[in-house]
Design a protein around this ligand. Structure first.
Ligand SMILES: [Zn+2]
Length: 250
């Protein structure tokens, strides 16, 4: 089996908040790690012009990815205008065909904002359409559907405020420092998020990772649910790969 993992998220910094610890563990286990964002990050600013912030955030995402030897890819769709449409599906399908991952990680299908939810749905479909011959994309068909996992929604709750219980917890206690460094690479986000969403960007990530950790009696953890619908791989690849670091709850 090829050890290739692809994380597809909406915005630069989502992978860092949701699963950087797990990606770091996979990198250490010899996996080739790829991080992609559907959105270009252009709405994450109160001061910069669009082109400026796109290039700043892309550089931040690359710097963060490099910390664990990962490669960053941008699908370059405008934030907020991420639609489940032909263009986005073709871009995501092309990416999956190029990377040919065995493991894919994305957002929870239910989350606090639509960019996350739509990116999750685009990713779910791209895992499948990579293997459909007559898609309108030039890359060679990739027939093997990757094992797909969903990260926790932000704050671990869906849009109705219901608690989302992970089926797999990954113990990332040894990776919390690198996770923090990766998130800190997104310097442009620390100032504006303080006024909009998080009072303390990095502390909020650490608090939530600690909360997940406490649920499995460790310091820090990340939660995942596996896509187990028809046609997708049913084996628990995260558990098979990371062994005792993964606690399966159902
Ligand atoms: Zn986001």
């Amino acid at each position: 089996m090829e050890k290739i993992v692809l994380g597809i998220f909406a915005h630069p910094d989502d992978a860092e908040i949701l699963c950087a610890g797990t990606l770091s563990l996979l990198s250490k286990a010899g996996w080739s790690v790829h991080i992609a964002t559907v959105g270009n990050g252009d709405k994450g600013t109160t001061t910069h012009l669009r082109d400026e912030i796109i290039s700043i955030r892309s550089a931040e995402a690359r710097k963060s990815a490099e910390l664990i030897g990962a490669t960053y890819h941008g699908l370059l769709i405008e934030d907020i205008y991420i639609f489940y449409d032909r263009d986005a599906l073709n871009r995501a399908t092309s990416l999956v065909r190029k990377i040919r991952p065995t493991l894919v990680i994305t957002h929870s299908p239910s989350d606090y904002m639509l960019d996350h939810e739509i990116s999750s749905k685009i990713t779910q479909t791209a895992c499948f359409t990579a293997g459909i011959k007559n898609m309108d994309v030039p890359e060679e068909v990739f027939y093997s559907i990757p094992t797909l996992y969903y990260c926790d929604p932000i704050e671990g709750k869906d849009k109705y405020g219901e608690i989302v219980q992970p089926s797999n917890y990954v113990d990332i206690s040894t990776e919390i420092e690198i996770k923090e460094k990766m998130l800190a690479s997104h310097e442009s986000q620390q100032s504006w998020l303080q006024s909009h969403q998080y009072s303390e960007y990095i502390l909020a990530m650490k608090r939530f990772s600690a909360k997940r950790g406490k649920q499995i009696n460790t310091s820090y953890a990340e939660g995942f649910r596996q896509h187990l619908g028809h046609g997708y791989p049913q084996g628990n690849l995260l558990k098979e790969t990371l062994g005792d670091l993964v606690v399966v709850t159902k």
